[in-house]
Design a binder for this molecule. Structure first.
Ligand code: PLP
Length: 503
């Protein structure tokens, strides 16, 4: 049974499109062309330099047109995270000390949440508008919370983890009636639902190229003409003096090229939604006790569904799916190196346990039914425990006796930077995650292998590979070393970091 599973030819189904998307061939070609032919510095005065400036300006126009803005309102950044930081911090500086309050939702992207936490430390007052069990902002609460002290409202158009779409038009109407500007992170919405900034009437917005089949490392910030924004990288005059630094012309051109695909993807979204509905219905048939964290109606991105697989650890399930060529996420991609429960899932009322049983499926616009049927077939086997499984060790179970047992072999697969933050489990062998196969020769087949990583998400991936190699007793430490440290603080202080062997 086990062998037949491992001998199966693996397909690839990428259902992690909210984390990032594949780069379109047309985008790669355009970028390649710009990289090789148009290397002139746009700040210079040669013929080549002017051509580079033209490429940037044309790209700005394409992006502006895609979101119904004027080209003078679009500024390129290195990412949407940068744009989010820039808008929030710039307005905070401008408003201080007259006004100190920002209203936000509790389900914003990490780049917004962390910027707000930073400002809170500096003396700003950050208040979170409550959301319901599907992440929808409670408008009545918002109306009560907005006041004279408020200088900004932050509300994303669509959420990356659960896909909920907010009624930004209504939020803007209320905020503007109190003369408060609205900033909306539109990163996940672009390419999945229509984004018309003039209709939404927001004052600030952010976008990211790599979520729409463009390159990584380029984003855009929208600032409605007449709205305040200050320089956030000081230096040269680039981006109208807001963001100094020689422009990444090939990335900007790639972003514009990707925008040309947005209309096509929007047309496809009707079909994407039908396939997603089929997927959800089949999931309910396979496992009737699943809980949907996403809304089922049109207030959800057509490609996104987030599900609690009751009683199933998401790290183990993700590793099993990954083994069969299926990429999904548990929460947002930014959180996979810690074991903190997703703030989004917590905000909609899930317990810690349920957040650890939740998986996000984010479909590509051109998903096919046969791909989804393949995913369902693997999921069905996984939830009915028909797949080869790896053992799971609770943090409390990894006690001194087990650590020191002669049959135990602890393998630490963490990244080097994680090892600087938390000390390792005693007697462990440290290996390089990215080259894990080359270490197998060091591990006897009959040992009880315990794989440990920082947050509990990476170790099971290696567990599956070891099973394939013939290791029978393979376990991984749930919640990782961070979880072990939290569950056993005394033991951690007493023995962590001792007798660690670097292979
Ligand atoms: N905002 C949202 C809603 C996102 O999903 C992401 C990416 O995960 C970002 C912002 C950050 O985008 P970038 O990777 O360009 O910094």
């Amino acid at each position: 049974m086990l062998l037949s599973h491992f001998l199966k030819i693996r397909r690839k189904v990428y259902l992690d499109n909210n984390a990032t998307t594949s780069v379109l061939l047309s985008v790669a070609r355009r970028m390649n062309h710009v990289l090789r032919k148009h290397y002139g510095n746009p700040s210079s005065l040669s013929h080549d330099a002017i051509k580079s400036s033209v490429i940037i300006d044309d790209s700005r126009a394409v992006i502006a047109e895609t979101v119904n803005a004027d080209r003078s309102e679009i500024f390129f950044t290195g990412s949407a995270s940068e744009a989010n930081n820039a808008v929030i911090k710039s307005l905070a500086e401008h408003s201080f000390p007259a006004k100190k309050k920002i209203l936000s939702t509790p389900i914003e992207h990490a780049s917004v949440m962390s910027s707000l936490a930073y400002l809170e430390q500096k003396g700003f007052s950050i208040e979170y508008i409550p959301v319901d069990s599907k992440g929808r902002v409670l408008i009545e609460s918002f109306q009560q919370m907005i006041d004279e002290a408020t200088f900004l409202v932050c509300c994303m158009l669509a959420n990356n983890e659960i896909g909920v779409i907010q009624d930004i038009k209504q939020i803007t109407e209320i905020a503007h009636s109190k003369q408060v500007p609205v900033f909306s992170d539109c990163v996940q919405a672009l390419g999945k639902i229509p984004v018309d900034l003039k209709e939404l009437n927001v004052d600030y917005a952010s976008f990211s190229a790599h979520k729409i089949h463009g390159p990584k490392g380029v984003g855009a910030m929208y600032v409605n003409s007449g709205s305040f924004i200050s320089s956030f990288i000081h230096g040269g005059h680039q981006e109208n003096g807001l963001r100094a630094g020689t422009e990444s012309i090939h990335n900007i051109a790639g972003f514009a090229e990707a925008c040309k695909n947005v209309k096509k993807n929007l047309k496809l979204s009707v079909k994407t939604k039908l396939i997603k509905d089929f997927f959800i219905n089949e999931l309910i048939r396979i496992k009737p006790d699943i809980i949907l964290n996403s809304v089922l109606d049109e207030n959800c991105l057509p490609n996104t569904v987030n599900v609690v697989f009751t009683g199933v650890n998401n790290a183990a399930l993700m590793a099993a799916l990954d083994y069969f060529g299926i990429a999904v996420s548990a929460g947002s991609a930014c959180n996979t190196q810690s074991n903190d429960a997703s703030h989004v899932l917590k905000a909609i009322g899930l317990t810690d346990q349920q957040t650890r049983e939740s998986i996000r499926f984010s479909l590509p616009a051109d998903i096919s039914k046969s791909q989804i049927k393949y995913v369902l077939s693997i999921l069905e086997q996984a939830v009915s425990e028909k797949l080869p499984s790896i053992g799971m060790l609770e943090p409390k179970q990894l006690n001194e006796e087990l650590i020191n047992h002669p049959d135990t072999l602890i393998v630490d697969v963490r990244f080097w930077h994680d090892r600087l933050i938390v000390k390792g489990i005693p007697n462990s062998r440290e290996i390089n995650f990215f080259a894990f196969k080359k270490y197998f020769k060091h591990f006897p087949l009959d040992k009880n292998i315990i794989l440990v990583c920082q947050g509990g998400f990476f170790a099971p991936i290696i567990g599956y590979a070891m099973k394939q190699h013939g290791y029978k007793n393979v376990q991984f430490l749930m919640l990782g070393i961070i979880g072990w440290q939290k569950a056993n603080p005394e033991l951690y202080n007493k023995i962590a970091g001792k007798n660690i062997i670097k292979l």
